[in-house]
Design a protein around this ligand. Structure first.
Ligand code: SF4
Length: 452
């Protein structure tokens, strides 16, 4: 078990992190002590996964109108409900509707907006690039290994909402747990593809891989001579930091993989996923102290979410706090065009403004790259590198000369964030089709003219 870290035990930084027993504001956990709260098993066993569980845990804070709104949200979302007690108790339940943490994990029926006509189930074209049932090979030297589709929390904005977690009222899925016996063909493919230097192990979430599976994947991949870098993707540091201080078996496995990486002079990284500074507490500092001892490099990938982190001040504070704990801000993604997320998306213009302001606010290596993962498989493109952008109708065109030469990819801003004129155009089908056709013709001409 792991005791609540105190300020004196935290790494010395310019920031102080919440070391209060904040979970005790939740009725059901009023008597839970820090040792219990700091045990990953208790976090897993007490994760909140249904509306009755929310009512039971919140008691008086669960007002009838809030519960009705959550129930309505669950009829519209493709994602299951699962929140760890850690993340559940970071929510300000007195004003749950406005809370940025709640907004990420527990959608309200009143928030939803109609999907954009160009929303896509698989916006970054992972299914079309499957080399094996568990491996997406989309870029020349990098591949994405998806050994598991389960997560310790479920995010409303998940880009893999088509496969991650179980079925919901609006989405049926054939999800899978991690079955080591089925991975041989994937390892074989990587072994036979010497151009693959980078392997991302994602899902789902690597946090739910068993220690033996962390070893199996890490050691097998590091023993392939041509693989130079591996990264385990997990949201764990943001939503269950006590995993890294209380699951010694899992940490032993990670340490072993890191040591092998050091011996082979190969990088072992952990890519995590904080979206707001509200997720950073003394527990995070403690987790990072423990992770730092393994030698693993930790980077952060955020998603730009309307009402959560789409302001410069918020993003700057989040970035600086993460950096102070050796979590390197790496990417800030424009929200992918997945269904049921229109209320969470932002425009290219908002992302571009944020990118302009965040550059220069801290050291370059701690400045996240703001990118659009070009819909249809164009890959990550710098936010200001579009070929053409029509802000009135909210469409931008992107090329990817190295990964996908000759192709053009289109991203569509959320309609509700356009000007009155832009919104009106989207209600007039012949007119919007005419504008889009003109835009695409201009983008094609410009891409041709600037091809290199
Ligand atoms: S943790 Fe990652 S994979 Fe899991 S639901 Fe959230 S965004 Fe999706």
């Amino acid at each position: 078990m792991s005791a609540q870290p105190t300020q004196t035990e935290q790494p010395a930084t310019n920031y102080s992190f919440d070391e209060s027993e904040f979970w005790r504001t939740i009725s059901a956990w009023r008597d839970v002590d820090a040792d219990t709260f700091g045990d990953f098993r208790w976090q897993q066993q007490n994760s909140v996964t249904s509306v009755p569980a929310i009512q039971e845990v919140l008691q008086d804070l669960a007002t009838p109108s809030l519960i009705a709104d959550i129930e309505a949200g669950l009829l519209k979302t493709p994602m299951n409900v699962r929140l760890t007690p850690y993340v559940f108790s970071l929510i300000n339940w007195e004003d749950a509707a406005a809370d940025p943490v709640r907004r990420q994990f527990l959608p309200l029926g009143s928030e939803f907006m109609p999907d954009h006509p160009h929303a896509m189930d698989d916006p970054i074209a992972e299914e079309g690039h499957k080399a094996t049932p568990f491996l997406t090979h989309r870029y020349p030297d990098k591949a994405l290994f998806l050994p598991i589709t389960l997560c310790p929390v479920y995010c409303s904005f998940c880009t893999r909402s088509r496969v991650v977690g179980g079925s919901t009222a609006v989405k049926s899925k054939s999800t899978y747990g991690a079955k080591s016996s089925e991975w041989d063909a994937t390892f074989e493919y990587i072994r036979n593809s010497p151009q693959l230097e980078d392997i991302v192990i994602s899902g789902g979430d690597s946090l739910l891989l068993r220690p033996g599976q962390i070893r199996q994947i890490g050691i097998t991949l590091l023993n392939i001579p041509t693989v130079r870098r591996i990264r385990f993707a997990t949201k764990g540091v943001a939503i269950m930091p006590m995993k890294f201080t209380s699951d010694t078996e899992w940490m032993d496995a990670l340490t072993e993989v890191c040591e092998l990486g050091q011996a082979r002079m190969k990088e072992v990284a952990l890519h995590t996923h904080f979206n707001t500074e509200l997720e950073i507490t003394a527990w995070t500092a403690s987790a990072m102290k423990s992770l730092s001892a393994t030698g693993v490099r930790v980077r952060n990938q955020s998603v730009l979410i309307h009402g959560v982190n789409d302001s410069f001040d918020h993003m700057r504070r989040t970035t600086k706090k993460l950096s102070s704990l050796l979590i390197q801000p790496y990417y800030l993604y424009l929200h992918d065009m997945v269904p049921s997320c229109e209320h969470l998306r932002t425009t290219v213009r908002v992302a571009e403004n944020l990118s302009q302001r965040i550059q220069g606010s801290t050291a370059g290596f701690n400045t996240p790259r703001v990118v659009c993962d070009a819909p249809g498989g164009g890959g990550k493109r710098e936010i200001s590198s579009y070929t053409l952008y029509d802000q009135e109708i909210g469409v931008s065109a992107w090329t990817s000369p190295t990964a996908k030469p000759g192709e053009i990819f289109y991203y569509y801003d959320p309609i509700h964030q356009l000007s009155n004129e832009g919104r009106t155009l989207w209600t007039n089908e012949p007119e919007i089709n005419r504008r889009l056709a003109k835009f695409k013709a201009e983008a094609t001409a410009k891409a041709e003219a600037t091809r290199f």
